[in-house]
Design a protein around this ligand. Structure first.
Ligand code: URA
Length: 233
C-alpha cells in the first residue's frame, strides 16, 4: 500500500497530515527516511513515525497463563496445545512467541505479528525472561554466583550469559535470563548440581503475567504492553 495510506490507517493522522509528516522527514521505512507519500510499502514493513514503530490494525496480541500439560504449539495430532485453548477465530491467526515446556506454566505470548514475535525470541534482542523456579535442593551461595556469572550446559561449549537470581526462599528463586536455549532453566540448574521441580514464567521484558488470569485463561495485551516489546528494539 502507499506510505501515506499506511500512516493514515495505522495512526490518527488524516491522509493530508500523513503526507505532511512524510515530507517533514518524520517517517522511516526499514530504518531509511522516506520522503515520498506514494512509496509502496509491504503490510509487514517496519514503518516508524518519529522513531516509534507503527502497526496496521487487525493484528492480534495475547497473553495466556499456560497450564501444566499443554504443549506450546499451534496444533498437534495427539496432545492438547496452548492454541487449542483459544476460540477458533483467534486460534487460526496466532503463533506462539517463545515456547514453554509441557510441564512449565505461566506467561505465554501469542500473536499474529511475526515481526513482533521475532523481537521477543531473537537471541540478538536480549529480551529478558523471568521464571519462578522451584528447586529440589537449597541453592547455596556458590551456585548462585555460578548462575549469575554463566554456566556451561551439558553438551555445549559456550557459557550462558550472566543471569540474575533473586532468592525467594531456600528452594524458590526468580531467575532472569536473556537467552532461550533448549530447556535452558532446567539445564542451568542441573549444571550447578540442582534439579528443577517446578517452573513458572512470570515476565517477558516488562510484560508481567496478569494475576487475574487462571491457568488456561488469556487476555489481549494492552497498547503499552505491545509497545514495550517494540521499544526495546
Ligand atoms: N527453560 C526451561 O527449562 N523450560 C522452559 O519451559 C522455559 C525455560
Amino acid at each position: 500500500m502507499r506510505l501515506d495510506q499506511y500512516l493514515s490507517t495505522s495512526t490518527a493522522l488524516s491522509r493530508k497530515e500523513a503526507k505532511k509528516a512524510i515530507s517533514q522527514g518524520r517517517v522511516s521505512v526499514e530504518g531509511v527516511s522516506a520522503r515520498s507519500a506514494n512509496l509502496q510499502v509491504a503490510t509487514d514493513a517496519n514503518v516508524e513515525l518519529d522513531g516509534s514503530a507503527l502497526r496496521l490494525p487487525g493484528e492480534v496480541y495475547l497473553m495466556m497463563n499456560k497450564p501444566d500439560g499443554v504443549i506450546s504449539a499451534t496444533s498437534d495430532s495427539s496432545q492438547p496445545t496452548a492454541v487449542d485453548l483459544l476460540p477458533s477465530s483467534l486460534a487460526s491467526k496466532v503463533h506462539i512467541a517463545g515456547r514453554l515446556d509441557k510441564d512449565t506454566t505461566g506467561l505465554l505470548l501469542l500473536t499474529s505479528d511475526g515481526r513482533w514475535s521475532h523481537q521477543v525470541t531473537s537471541p540478538r534482542r536480549d529480551c529478558p525472561k523471568t521464571y519462578q523456579v522451584q528447586l529440589a535442593e537449597p541453592l547455596g551461595s556458590k551456585a548462585k554466583v555460578q548462575l549469575e556469572t554463566g554456566v556451561v550446559l551439558k553438551d555445549e561449549d559456550k557459557p550462558t550469559l550472566p543471569a540474575s537470581v533473586v532468592e525467594c526462599s531456600e528452594t524458590v528463586i526468580e531467575l532472569t535470563i536473556k537467552e532461550g536455549r533448549y530447556h535452558q532453566v532446567k539445564r542451568m540448574l542441573a549444571a550447578v548440581g540442582n534439579h528443577v521441580t517446578g517452573l513458572h514464567r512470570l515476565r517477558i521484558g516488562t510484560i508481567t503475567l496478569d494475576p487475574a488470569l487462571a491457568p488456561g485463561q488469556y487476555r489481549e495485551l494492552t497498547e503499552n504492553e505491545i509497545r514495550s516489546i517494540a521499544e526495546r528494539a
